[in-house]
Design a protein around this ligand. Structure first.
Ligand code: UDP
Length: 247
């Protein structure tokens, strides 16, 4: 009988929490007083982690891993886990911003092209009046400037750092700098600032409800095909591992 609170998909641990439980867990992590990494795991990262042991170790050492993407949800269900919600980076950004107003959490946005983190911060402030933005910074700094970037984040003392450098770059970045970051919760949120800033459009609800967001992104950004070919390979690996487990 699989653990009903955690899934293991191709060696990656995923927390089986619905969105309410996820928000509750985030609250505990914020209050923990340490620096915790949160990952929204999609099929592409899970597939990469099969061959990239360091990435796998980062995922398995994170304090919270949510199922991001229909590939993960589908794979989890095939393996016999109860996955109720798909929890993406952008969903978390909106949920956190909403909760941050009543709880007094402050957020810092790091990532995306110059200007977009600032614009995303402004748009979040308009959507959630009272939201306290601790700061924002683009995601194209040279390695030698990283100490100053981290210093800026620490001086702003956010409760939550949203890191939008794309996956898995953001997962490596958070893991590498965790010890120097004086922030309770650091979350990788992929390309969400581009969408929140209005630079890119998220798929219409129709696509999201039918779990076809990946198809919409493929229409909009055909170059993503190179990344999305991983999806059928991921599915094949999951089917193989399911078959091995019942043999
Ligand atoms: N990005 C960045 N620094 C980099 C490379 C990428 O800030 O060195 C940003 C990029 O501008 C975009 C995001 O990371 O805003 C990646 O978006 P994508 O949709 O590819 O990420 P995914 O959601 O697929 O992880």
């Amino acid at each position: 009988m699989p653990d009903q609170k955690k899934a293991d998909i191709l060696g990656c641990r995923i927390d089986l929490l619905n969105i309410t439980e996820t928000m509750e867990r985030l609250k505990c992590l914020i209050e923990s007083g340490t620096t915790e990494q949160v990952i929204t795991l999609n099929a592409e990262i899970a597939y990469t982690a099969r061959k990239d042991r360091q990435l796998q170790a980062i995922i398995n050492s994170a304090s919270l891993v949510t199922p991001d993407g229909i590939g993960i949800v589908w794979a989890g269900r095939l393996m016999g886990y109860k996955i109720s919600d798909r929890i993406t980076g952008i969903d978390l950004v909106y949920r956190i911003s909403e909760k941050a107003v009543s709880r007094g959490w402050t957020i810092y946005l790091l990532g995306a092209s110059p200007g977009l983190a600032d614009k995303a911060a402004q748009n979040l402030s308009s959507l959630y009046p009272g939201l306290q933005i601790a700061g924002s910074e683009h995601g194209y700094h040279k390695e030698e400037d990283m100490a100053a970037v981290i210093n800026g984040i620490n001086l702003a003392r956010p409760d939550i750092l949203l890191v939008a450098l794309g996956a898995p770059r953001q997962e490596y970045w958070i893991y590498k700098h965790k010890a120097k970051l004086d922030v309770p919760v650091c979350i990788g949120v992929g390309g969400s600032f581009d969408v929140i800033a209005g630079e890119k459009k998220r798929a219409p609800d129709f696509f999201i409800k039918l779990n076809l967001e990946w198809l919409y992104r493929l229409f909009k950004e055909p170059a993503r095909i190179k990344r999305q070919v991983v999806l059928p390979l991921f599915v094949l690996q999951v089917v193989k591992s399911k078959y091995r487990s019942i043999k």
